[in-house]
Design a protein around this ligand. Structure first.
Ligand code: NAD
Length: 501
């Protein structure tokens, strides 16, 4: 913790650089107080009936619907994205997640019976218990969805929450705070504001779990800091998502998908299409079509365009560095490749060819409207290149033969694969989402995502209670014989054959 952290966050609109808000940074003492307040409410919330928790979450969803236009305005002013992007990928995604857990949390948290194995006279079951207080740390690229998703899921599992939203989009954090100002259950969600220092204070507090979404670099620091108290972590980190286009792919759909998947939200999506491997037989036509589509993208601040501004000034520097590095190593820029000469943060949609894996643009997360396309001689080569990455978040395979695409999906090192589509697997809330390799640890969404915020308690009971168990003292002389006979009966293959199993 340094004493030099700023006392306020100055928020500006990346579309034109204008000032939007000044927000106080929470001190470490305020972070501790927020955790302690959340802990006071935690036992009652954990004991509340799942139906009551569901009813509360549905009231939060009603508030989102009531305030939809204002929330969209706040998100667009904080990020520079288009209203259509904010409405669909932020508000709708969150409403969907709330509906899913309001409907299914009770089922996924129900006690689960477990077969007792050789202990025929026992009964065993798993119980999912709330952890207590969950600390949520979120990034700036989807400031509403990526704050609300872990918050709502942790609440559905019976926890209370302290959220630290990104300081880049702190105004959206304030909107989240207002959504939970509810007299029926005060104090379920606390919001603390600030950057790395505030996040670190939350990680080092006595929260029972940290749910972090952000870069792999910060994720590593969060995991190391959490290790000091052995606080468990859920890490949703970066990606370098590959798109494999087979020779038999529907070219019209694949090119439109590549352009949308790489450019939507100005490429600032953890599962953007970040690199494309196209079969050599269709490469040239694929590239021509992609360039034509990219040149038609409407990039403006009218509120009716396809993409808006970039959100975070240092990200524009990363994009410029990747493009310069690629060009210096032989890549060709077919369109774009520059920032726009206007106020605010704007980078032109860019297509690169003649790229290879010596270039940063094929190895590091670019996180901007840049689509590098590489020619491949075979599926084996495409899969090998796709897997030549330290990341493994999402990925996509495009082919007319779905069975072949599913076989390729099995060979890709990633937490998620889309066939003939990209990104939107995240929108199916029943599907667990998360990464392998440096893309993360753990899952959001689905039953797995809910149970991330629980501790599983294993319980065993004796059905008919005999006065003693056969292995209790004094150990019977025949116990060894009995154990061997039991093992033969249960495990020996000759016996299984005789029993026809
Ligand atoms: P970031 O890692 O810089 O910051 C994320 C959050 O961590 C912010 O709230 C930040 O203030 C906080 N933070 C920074 N240093 C910290 C520290 N030492 N301890 C605790 N908290 C700290 O990420 P970003 O730039 O805000 O977001 C972009 C990154 O997030 C990209 O890499 C993107 O791929 C990733 N991301 C991943 C997913 C996913 O679901 N896997 C989703 C969206 C974004």
């Amino acid at each position: 913790m340094t004493g030099s952290a700023p006392a306020t966050i100055t928020c500006s609109d990346p579309r034109d650089g204008s000032l939007t808000a000044v927000i106080d940074v929470s001190s470490p003492a305020e972070v501790m107080a927020a955790v302690s307040d959340a802990r006071k409410v935690a036992p009652a919330w954990a004991e509340a009936a799942p139906e009551d928790r569901a009813a509360y979450l549905l009231r939060v969803r009603d508030r989102i619907l009531d305030r939809a236009e204002a929330l969209i305005d706040t998100i667009c002013a904080a990020t520079g994205k288009q209203p259509a992007e904010a409405a669909t990928t932020e508000l709708m995604a969150v409403c969907e997640t709330i509906g899913y857990y309001a409907e299914f949390a009770e089922r996924w948290l129900r006690d689960q019976p477990v077969h007792p194995g050789t202990l025929w006279h026992k009964r065993a079951w798993k119980r999912y218990e709330a952890l207590g207080v969950v600390g949520v740390i979120s990034p700036w690229n989807y400031p509403f969805t990526l704050s609300m998703t872990p918050v709502v899921t942790a609440l559905a599992a019976g926890n209370t929450v302290v959220l630290k939203p990104s300081d880049v989009t702190a105004t959206v954090g304030e909107s989240v705070r207002e959504l939970f100002e509810d007299s029926s259950w005060p104090g379920l969600v606390g919001v603390v504001q600030g950057g790395a220092e505030t996040g670190e204070a939350l990680v080092r507090s006595d929260v029972d779990k940290i749910a972090f979404t952000g870069s792999a670099r910060t994720g590593r620091r969060v995991m190391a800091a959490a290790a000091e108290r052995l606080t468990p972590v859920l890490l949703e980190l970066g990606g370098k998502d590959p798109m494999i286009v087979c020779a038999d792919a529907d070219l019209d759909r694949a090119t439109r998908g590549a352009v949308w998947g790489s450019m939507q939200n100005s490429g600032q999506t953890c599962m953007s299409v970040e690199r494309v491997y196209v079969d050599a037989s269709i490469h040239d036509e694929f590239v021509d079509r992609v360039v034509a589509l990219v040149e038609r993208i409407r990039q403006d601040d009218s509120g009716r365009g396809d993409i808006g501004a970039m959100t975070f000034p240092p990200q524009v520097e990363v994009i410029e560095r990747h493009v310069t590095d690629a060009v210096s190593k032989g890549a060709q820029v077919l369109t774009g490749g520059t920032t726009l000469d206007r106020p605010g943060l704007w980078y032109a949609p860019t297509v690169l060819v003649d790229v290879d894996h010596t270039m940063e643009v094929m190895r590091e997360e670019t996180f901007g409207p840049v689509l590098p396309i590489m020619r491949t001689a075979s599926i084996d080569e495409a899969v090998e290149l796709a897997n030549d990455s330290r990341y493994g978040l999402n990925s996509s395979v495009w082919s007319a033969d779905e069975a072949h695409a599913a076989e390729i999906a099995g060979r890709i090192e990633a937490g998620n694969v889309c066939i003939n589509d990209c990104i939107v697997s995240y929108a199916i809330t029943g599907l667990p989402f998360g990464g392998v390799k440096e893309s993360g640890v753990g899952r959001v969404h689905g039953p797995e995502g809910l149970r991330e915020f629980t501790s599983v308690k294993s319980i065993m009971a004796t059905r008919a209670r005999p006065p003693r168990e056969p292995w209790w003292f004094p150990v019977p002389a025949r116990l060894a014989d009995l154990a061997v006979r039991t093992m033969r009966l249960r495990f020996a293959s000759t016996w299984r054959r005789r029993l026809g199993r």
